[in-house]
Design a protein around this ligand. Structure first.
Ligand code: PMP
Length: 468
């Protein structure tokens, strides 16, 4: 479909293509965070149609290949990523009629892969446990597929200069205009380095006094490099999209004035606080940037105008950093501790968080709840007391002869293989219960606290391992 030529990202009018919505994102000022003497502004890149800042370089990289004649109509693009670059490329490729092959390490979340496939990208899975130089390392594999596929180009965002160019020519000038030509500090992270390099180049030209501030996850080597130190051994971190164990070819750190190292805990707390205080649903890298921006702001002795990016939206992270249970499992969110078995119950019944069924609920209801919450067994609760459990095998036995039995009550299929323990019992008591093939219910007299299964004990031991 041909589209009316229009300034990319300008105000929408009917009949335009989604690609025209890339860029021209809003900028807001925070009002409830503690920014000391400073004012903190947020550039909401989450408003791009693919949901992240990476729509911009995806478009510029593809347009550059087109202009250079390397990408012909109907051609093929290859990249190694499951992240936002993949989403941006998939969006632009689908609209421009290109084939896109993405090489993805097998640790990536199913949601991301479903999203990419739904946009028409072809996915090649590879191992995530091998490093640079191994033939199955995702970057090397993408380069090889590109060589072997006629008419294909390897996008290679880490070494593609159209990536920073996108930020130098769109992200940065927009910020400059929206800030009325007054920016004292610019806070960003480095994944490929495209954002940092592009913004650095623009500000070097129009406002050399603007300080570039790097927000780096704890475990990444970049903050050490900026500080002129020998980098520590790279570690691992949970924040997605930023932090590196190498310096990407296009990452120019030379204008970074100061780098802040931010832990996962601090980043997730900052992102959650941003949603509560300012109503901005942002991704995990935003948490790192906001934590660094707030530290920078609070250290200043004169008022400054500071801009931080919101590189992507929080939708992708709802079951991770915005999920209290996930946060607790990672040891990143403290729950009031009782010092007994109640601490092992992941979804407390007395706090209204347990997933249960009643004996008169249908087997269909039990099946739906198991699916929805991704659990294989449910406590059967009557008058606030656990009377039994129903698991997948009970359900299968009940309905295998006659699927109509999905409308039968849970009472007709539940098994009594439950044992109740008091909160002050020890872990060995639980293990004995599991060994008998039973499920442990924690209750004290009439008060029911919830279920403990093997995975709850494993999670509990894992948290102790993190603390040790
Ligand atoms: N935040 C998120 C969520 C990202 O996906 C990325 C890109 N990997 C970045 C920040 C960093 O951007 P850049 O690649 O330009 O360094």
């Amino acid at each position: 479909m041909s589209v009316a030529p229009a300034k990319r990202g300008a105000q929408t009018s009917p009949g335009r293509n989604v690609i025209d919505l890339i860029g021209n994102t809003p900028l807001i000022e925070t009002s409830r965070l503690d920014t000391g003497l400073c004012r903190l502004f947020l550039k909401l890149e989450s408003f791009n149609p693919g949901g992240s800042i990476k729509d911009r370089p995806a478009l510029t990289m593809i347009e550059t290949f087109e202009r250079e004649g390397r990408l012909k109509p109907g051609g093929t693009l290859i990249e190694a990523t499951a992240g936002n670059t993949g989403l941006g490329l998939a969006l632009v490729a689908s609209q421009k009629g290109y084939r896109l092959i993405l090489v993805i390490p097998d640790k990536m979340s199913r949601e991301k892969i479903f999203h990419l496939k739904a946009m028409g990208a072809e996915i090649v899975m590879t191992r995530s446990d091998v490093g640079k130089g191994h033939p199955e390392y995702y970057q090397d594999m993408a380069a090889r597929i590109a060589e072997e596929t006629p008419g294909a180009v390897f996008v290679n965002q880490f070494a593609n200069w159209a990536n920073p160019l996108a930020h130098e020519t769109s992200t940065a000038p927009e910020i400059w205009e929206q800030m009325n030509h007054h920016v004292d500090a610019m806070v960003c992270g480095v994944g490929s380095g495209g954002t940092l390099t592009g913004l650095s180049r623009f500000f070097a030209k129009v406002s050399p006094a603007t300080e570039m501030i790097l927000a780096d996850p704890d475990g990444s080597i970049l903050a050490d490099v900026v500080a002129g130190k020998n980098p520590r051994e790279p570690g691992s971190w949970l924040v997605e999209g930023i932090g590196e164990d190498f310096i990407p070819e296009i990452a120019d750190l030379s204008r970074v004035k100061k780098a802040y190292t931010v832990t996962d805990r601090e980043a997730f707390e900052a992102a959650r606080e941003l949603l509560k205080a300012e109503g901005v649903l942002a991704g995990s890298s935003t948490g790192t940037l906001i934590a660094a921006a707030l530290r920078y702001c609070q250290e200043q002795t004169t008022p400054k105008r500071v801009v931080a990016l919101v590189p992507d939206s929080g939708n992708k992270y709802l079951s991770k950093m915005y999920n209290d249970y996930w946060m607790q499992d990672q040891g990143l969110l403290e729950r009031p501790q009782s010092g007994d078995l109640r601490d092992l119950v992941s979804r407390r019944y007395d706090e209204g968080a347990a997933v249960t069924v009643a004996p008169e609920d249908t087997l269909n209801t039990a099946w739906k709840r198991m699916k929805l919450y991704d659990v294989s067994q449910l406590p059967v609760v009557e008058k606030h007391r656990p009377i039994a459990v129903i698991d997948e095998s009970d359900l299968l036995v009940a309905v295998s002869g006659d699927p109509k039995r999905f409308s039968a009550p849970v009472r007709s299929a539940m098994s009594k293989s439950v044992e109740t323990v008091r909160p002050d019992a020890d872990i060995q008591t639980l293990l004995d219960i599991f060994n008998k093939g039973y499920v442990a219910m924690v209750a004290d007299g009439d008060k029911f606290y919830g279920v403990i299964t093997r995975i709850d004990v494993i999670n509990h031991l894992r948290r102790k391992f993190d603390l040790s």
